[in-house]
Design a protein around this ligand. Sequence first.
Ligand SMILES: [Zn+2]
Length: 398
Amino acid sequence: MSVLLSNATQILTMKRGIGVVKNRSILIEKGIIAKVGSINAEAHHRIIDAKGCVVCPGFVDSHTHLVFGGSREGEFAMRIRGVKYEAIAKAGGGIASTVKHTTKASEDELYELGQQRLRKIVRHGTTTVEVKSGYGLMPEVEYKMLRVINRLKRRAPIEVIPTFLVHTVPARMKRDEFVKLVVEKMIPYVARKRLAAFCDVFCDDIAFSKKESEQILSAAKDYGFAIKIHTDEFANIGGALVAAKLGCKSADHLLVSTKRDITALKKAGVVPTLLPGTSLFLRLSRKPNMTAFRSTKSGVAIASDFNPGSCMIYSMLKIISLACLAYGMYVEEALLGATKHGARALGIFDRVGSIEEGKQADLVLLDVDDYRKIPYEFGEDMVKCTVKKGKVIYGKNN
Ligand SMILES: [Zn+2]
């Protein structure tokens, strides 16, 4: 049965800017967008009434750490009271706490937690999500996380893209020994078992150096992974240039990137990805250089960076608001970032991220009559329904 999403007040096609089309319908056949235009309803159509709504491509959240054990609300409360991260880390909090709980948790427990979180993001209109490992650190626990992410990928109502994240050096291991372990054992194993599409590394002054990151990502490339990098969040140690040199699919955070870094990323076709939720949680005052992103015509992705330490935001709608309010992105830039450029950051823009004939019918119906209300009505629960490959996977009325 074909589906007709009828008479949307605005359709954001994401073609030529956000490509607003007014008072039109979307015909979906076999999960694919068959037509966008004036379409009369016929008997064989299942009708979804979109009158009064903005219809947008389903959100592509291209950077999350959705699978982990334990939670850190105690630490959050302490930080708000002014306790420093170093003191929290000394008391066993911080990433060490998540690593401990993730190590202890069974695969079934982690899977259950992952599923619960996926259900929430679907309610907020996300139809594609990237999920990273990185809280195991040691090989067996990293592999366990990746098996859980792959199980979610097989069973979730939305598309899950697994990434092997080399996050930090485990306690009790020497840096060079760990990098050697990653390069010689872990990357080959993850490749052989086909546990991840991407390999990612945290390149910053508190994590891996430029040289170590380059070593890790080069090895990953040799094993056929597409690569990503977390960089320029706290200090600029040249991570963006590594991303440009090695041809990363995306470079993420980029709070302290210079115009030169941004130009190099653009030239190399790396998708810059900004994570405003993390800035809010960490209460960082620095902002990305939007002027440079604009002058280089870089298409910037935005993502949630959902994680237990520095961003528990499930909703891409809130991330869109924050991109505007905290980073000064234009409304249109933020909407493109959460759809088209998110898809580019995952290398899947050929099938998702815009509303065009022949693309997957991944859509979100928002209960607002003007797209500028999406960030403007901050925190409002405006998702009327989420559609994945033509199927309603979440709806307020069903
Ligand atoms: Zn991250």
